[in-house]
Design a protein around this ligand. Structure first.
Ligand code: ADP
Ligand code: MG
Length: 363
């Protein structure tokens, strides 16, 4: 063993990357969260070879000022929290300031942005696809690049409309041991698409597109009316789900639960269509899972799984999302209240359904 010494920033970031960046899907998750945190109304995602070769995400959010660009790539640098108090009520998806530093240490990353002009906000009309905007892009944009190097990122002038584009090429090119763990292009893309799906389900007001190897996989316009939302759900979860589910919308004791729950006529052999969002963040939580399962207990045959897209909204101060960056866990201040509320709301919604609807089972 040698003497104690400081790790280089690059190695420190690569080690940290082991926590956050497992595969292309995790990169997409982090980048999408950044776009949404930046208030984007439109996000275009372009990937090649399952995201292994290229992930490009362009948004029309607030963008990043020239001086802040290199900082965006450095570790523990964030614009989202300042004090411990902020952490208590954090409303953004990110706040650790680790993602871009981690990703850039294991890929060839570029970040191009033009900050939104002071005071201008993104209007709903700004939801057109951004891919074609390139040639007409205004000047006054800047680009920062990093290539798995130490964090001496260089900034150069570029052309870009208001918003930001992050390009991640050749994931794990400098960490062959990690690269070896990647699966086939198809499998990686499947994971990646699932991440996009979750975000698209969590932000109806944002337009999304997803292209894989030049092919459009999803093209989703912003949805405001219930009808628009149901169209998006059908596009992402299938028309079968949409046609066999009921709308739920309940509010009590500072808790609001809304969304779509499949009737027992649409049970599944796997738990592969279960989405639960807490304050816009997709979660997988034991307490929630238990409450849902209990509600379905009497109407589903043993071994069958329910399907649902549900949204729970509550005061951010009553839920702790600062548990782990990749595990989708949360901690409720009053878990029992949340559990009983979910159970009772779903139980009632399912009990209200005509008995005829509960007869046949399909997948
Ligand atoms: P975190 O999201 O935890 O703050 P990240 O490493 O993901 O950390 O991002 C660092 C910072 O870079 C963010 O706090 C934000 O200020 C800025 N940033 C990243 N992506 C975008 C984006 N698409 N638009 C605007 N700002 C961004
Ligand atoms: Mg982030």
């Amino acid at each position: 063993m040698s003497r104690i010494h400081k790790l280089s920033p690059r190695l420190a970031n690569q080690i940290a990357a082991g926590e956050v960046v497992e595969r292309p899907a995790s990169v997409v998750k982090e980048l999408l969260e950044n776009s949404l945190d930046a208030g984007a109304r439109r996000v275009d995602i372009d990937v090649e070879n399952g995201g292994i070769k290229l992930i490009r995400i362009r948004d029309n959010g607030i963008g990043i000022a020239q001086d802040d660009l290199p900082l965006a790539l450095s570790r523990h640098a964030t614009s989202k929290i300042d004090t411990l108090d902020d952490l208590e009520a954090v409303a953004t998806l990110g706040f650790r300031g680790e993602a871009l530093a981690s990703i850039s240490s294991v890929s060839r990353l570029s970040l191009t942005s033009r900050p939104r002009a002071n005071g201008s906000s993104v209007s709903t009309e700004d939801a057109a696809p951004l891919i074609q905007a390139d040639s007409s892009a205004a000047e006054g944009a800047w680009k920062v690049e990093a290539e798995g190097r130490d964090m001496d990122a260089k900034v150069s002038p570029a052309a870009h409309p208001e918003g930001a584009t992050v390009e991640v090429r050749d994931l794990f090119f400098n960490t062959p041991a990690r690269r070896k763990f990647l699966r086939t292009e198809k499998t990686e893309f499947g994971h990646l698409e699932e991440v996009v799906k979750r975000q698209a389900l969590s932000r109806f007001e944002v337009g999304f597109s997803l292209r894989h190897n030049q092919r459009t996989i999803h093209s989703l316009r912003p949805a405001t009316s219930l009808q628009d939302k149901e169209r998006r759900i059908a596009a992402l979860c299938g028309t079968q789900f949409m046609e066999n589910s009921v709308v739920i919308d309940v509010e009590a004791s500072g808790l609001k639960l809304w969304g779509w729950v499949a009737l027992p006529t649409f049970s599944r052999s796997q738990a592969d269509l279960q989405y639960f969002f807490v304050n816009g963040r997709v979660i997988r939580d034991r307490l929630v899972a238990h409450a849902v399962k209990q509600a379905y207990r009497d109407v589903l045959y043993h071994g069958r799984h329910s399907a649902f897209v549900l949204y729970l909204e509550l005061d951010p101060a009553n839920v702790d999302v600062n548990v782990h960056p990749t595990k989708h866990e949360v901690r409720f201040r009053d878990g029992r209240l949340v559990h009983d509320f979910i159970f009772r709301s779903l139980h009632k919604a399912l009990a209200d359904v005509r008995p005829d609807d509960r007869m046949n089972l399909n997948d």
